[in-house]
Design a protein around this ligand. Structure first.
Ligand SMILES: [Zn+2]
Ligand SMILES: [Zn+2]
Ligand SMILES: [Zn+2]
Length: 458
């Protein structure tokens, strides 16, 4: 036993513990989470009328006198099992808003629903994958002496894709300030769509909520040029939300017109800066708005939900657009494992972050995400169910409804996190087994046709 690697010896030690079976149950209940959180505490359920104890649970009887719960990290690089679970929840959350389920009525499928993609504008020419990159018959050079054309056909894996043809021509300031205002651009966009709908039927804007309700779920994705673009499902209901029919004028065509017109017209101005001036920020000219049809023609609801869910497992670091952790010094940026293009964006965040007029944008805090500080997934309240509700439903199914959803409960205490080397090995095995059985299940369900993923050019 002495010759065995430390990890194996630790695993054997764990397996010989008297409460090993219960410990394995706990780890299985976390799905083999790579960084579980350990809690200690108790829950007592009393009958509201008689005060009789209906149920009591105490971690005192658990192995190590603690209970392990999932870390719930959404990113695959941090915890693969929790990230898979989060992606699954996102899929159900988006899907319920499209076709019903999870307390959302099935009638939502007959509402005007669009799958839209809004891009960032161009901040300068970058190398593109696909046919020919940037062919120009006359060639030519920019003021910095660099070619303004590229006749190559880059493969999607080419590291040059997304990098600017000339970093000196590229508008890094605009890119970063656009990111920092992307949330505002989205909020204004939603308001603008409502306004456009109202005015298209001669309705006073303030009365729109009495006639209809606009709901959405959106996800942010980093493109190869390290600019965020937005995919969103947008749905039009009656004033009461998912249970309510929209008015007769609320058609997919009208919604689509409103989306396109608003995205084209919208303008957000940055506050004046002595160093930068004032920038007018817009969405890119590429606006995609595709109706989802109840008869199943066109885009497939499940494919759209799966497409959105795919993005929530990725952090800025996974796509090469930034890092997973905050940077706290200029030197951190120098050391970051990113391309020169991304490094320049991070430096631009740092530099602009030092200007008092941009203080509210907190550009240094968000230098690792290139100034973008939104959540990866955002949804309006009436769109569908919530992550919390999906988690509660699952806890109920596995009989773990004792576990508090947060550690703020007075009777629960955080006592640590993570695995010993041997426990990590066992947990990884459990996660692998669960993933495998899920794959087999998915294959069985998918028989008869795969999903059609909508695509957007990077
Ligand atoms: Zn985890
Ligand atoms: Zn090129
Ligand atoms: Zn140049």
């Amino acid at each position: 036993m002495r010759q065995l690697p430390e990890t194996d010896r630790d695993a054997i030690r764990i397996a010989q513990e008297p409460q090993y079976t219960r410990w394995l149950e706990q780890i299985t209940a976390t799905g083999g989470c790579a960084h579980p959180v350990h809690l200690s505490g108790s829950t007592t359920t009393l009958d509201a009328e008689t005060g009789e104890i209906l149920h009591h649970y105490d971690t005192h009887d658990e192995p190590g006198e603690r209970l392990s719960v999932r870390c719930r990290n959404r990113r695959a690089t941090v915890c693969a099992p929790c990230s898979r679970l989060h992606a699954g929840d996102t899929f159900h959350l988006v899907r319920a808003g499209l076709i019903g389920g999870k307390n959302v009525p099935a009638t939502v499928r007959h509402r005007p629903r669009l799958f839209i993609t809004l891009t960032a504008p161009s901040f300068g020419a970058v190398h593109r994958a696909g046919e020919l990159c940037r062919p120009r018959r006359d060639g030519g050079r920019c003021q910095h002496g660099r070619p303004i054309s590229c006749g190559a056909a880059h493969d999607a894996t080419d590291l040059l894709v997304g990098q600017p043809l000339c970093p000196d021509c590229y508008d890094y300031t605009a890119h970063v300030l656009w990111h920092a205002n992307a949330g505002k651009l989205w909020d204004r966009f939603v308001i603008g769509v409502r306004r456009h709908l109202a005015s298209s039927v001669d309705l006073v804007q303030s009365r729109f909520p009495e006639h209809a309700r606009l709901s959405f779920a959106r996800v942010a994705e980093y493109q190869r040029r390290a600019a965020v673009h937005v995919h969103a499902v947008v749905r039009l209901d009656g004033p009461a939300g998912p249970d309510d029919e929209p008015p007769a004028w609320g058609t997919a065509d009208r919604l689509s017109d409103a989306v396109r017109a608003t995205a084209r017209r919208l303008l957000v101005r940055t506050p004046h800066s002595p160093a930068v001036g004032e920038l007018a920020l817009r969405w890119g000219v590429q606006v995609d708005a595709r109706p989802l049809r109840a008869d199943g023609a066109g885009l497939d609801d499940d494919a759209v939900a799966a497409y959105v869910a795919k993005y929530v497992t990725k952090g800025a670091g996974d796509t090469g657009a930034g890092t997973d952790h905050r940077v706290s010094t200029w030197d951190d940026i120098d050391m970051a494992p990113v391309s020169e293009h991304v490094r320049t964006l991070m430096r631009t965040c740092w530099r602009l972050g030092g200007l008092p007029e941009y203080a509210p944008l907190r550009l240094r805090t968000w230098a690792h995400t290139l100034g973008y500080r939104g959540h990866i997934l955002t949804k309006s309240r009436a769109y569908s169910t919530t992550y919390a509700a999906l988690r509660a439903e699952r806890a109920h199914h596995v009989g773990h409804s004792d576990i508090p959803s947060t550690v703020t409960d007075a009777h629960w205490r955080y006592v640590g996190s993570g695995h010993t080397p041997g426990a990590a090995l066992i947990a990884a095995g459990i996660a692998e087994d669960l993933a495998e059985s899920r794959r087999i299940g998915a294959d069985a369900r998918q028989e008869g046709g795969g999903a059609n993923y909508p695509s957007a050019r990077t």
